[in-house]
Design a protein around this ligand. Structure first.
Ligand code: AMP
Length: 277
């Protein structure tokens, strides 16, 4: 396995590469969700590159950048075990040589980036879009793979690729869950045992809302569900039914639309979503 830590070695390898390349960006602390993206990448391209980088630009000042779990050695072992040959581990100075404040930013459109998580995390999706575009320019993959767990992120990057004429094929990999339904997430390691028992109730709530009768109004159902979740100890940021493409709020459930949820549990913010079958 080759771990690229500087630009020279990455670009030299990229320049010599003959076959197709699939790219999987991550922030590390890898779990089975990430590995499913890598496995999908391996079926779609001759070469796979995974990046591991906790991007400071996408964290707000009150957020968990400092405490985000960093487990590089274990991550590299896991990637090696599943036959991933190439890993890019950039430093802050490699990606932001002028510092964050002097970085040119990619501002995604407000209708996608200021709703849902964007309403609770100002600047978050600007940070995500900026770092993904930078990584794409350095790595020049034919295929980019993102996870459905962060569906809003997927939709924003899809729009960015389209709007900025990026010639990369974007694939969406399905959400991997624990046996009790909790979406796998790097932040789950920070849940205390008692919180871990409560955490699957967000996924259960979204699954239940996704079964709602097509004639029923989503607002009251979401409100009733929020009360139930609050009683179990979750602090709900949002539970909303939206169109999967435009991310607009919908007056009625319909097939292909999506329930989105985010809730805080202790120091951890859980997010999840469910498409209506
Ligand atoms: P992160 O390291 O959290 O930035 O995630 C890196 C990539 O893995 C993103 O495209 C995520 O959507 C994806 N991902 C994270 N958790 C899961 C999961 N449970 N199932 C599928 N994909 C995931």
């Amino acid at each position: 396995m080759t771990v690229f830590r500087d630009l020279g070695s990455l670009l030299q390898w990229r320049g010599r590469l003959q076959g197709s390349l699939a790219f999987v960006p991550t922030m590390g602390n890898l779990h089975a969700g990430h590995l499913s993206l890598v496995r999908l990448a391996q079926t779609r391209a001759e070469e796979v590159l995974v990046s591991i980088y906790v991007n400071p630009l996408q964290f707000g000042p009150e957020e968990d950048f400092a405490s985000y779990p960093r487990t590089l050695d274990a991550d590299l072992r896991l990637l090696d075990e599943i036959g991933c040959q190439h890993v890019f581990v950039p430093t802050d100075t490699l990606l932001y040589p002028q510092g964050l404040a002097r970085q040119t930013l990619v501002q995604p459109p407000a209708h996608l980036s200021k709703v849902l998580c964007g309403a609770h995390r100002p600047g978050h999706f600007t940070g995500v879009a900026t770092v993904v575009l930078k990584l794409l320019h350095l790595i020049e993959p034919q295929i980019l793979i993102l996870g459905e767990k962060d569906y809003q992120q997927y939709r924003i990057i899809q729009q960015m690729l389209n709007d900025l004429h990026c010639k990369v094929q974007l694939l969406l990999a399905p959400t991997q869950r624990d046996v009790d339904g909790l979406a796998l997430s790097s932040r789950n390691v920070r849940l205390r045992p008692e919180e871990r028992r409560i955490a699957p109730s967000l996924a259960a709530a979204l699954a239940e809302l996704a079964q709602l009768d097509p004639d029923s109004a989503p607002g009251p159902a979401a409100l009733a569900m929020e009360e139930r979740l609050t009683q179990t100890g979750l602090q709900v940021d949002y539970l909303e039914l939206r169109d999967s493409e435009t991310l607009q709020l919908l007056p009625r459930p319909r097939s292909g639309a999506r329930w989105f949820g985010a809730a805080r549990l202790g120091s951890v913010r859980l997010i999840d979503n469910r498409v209506i079958p």
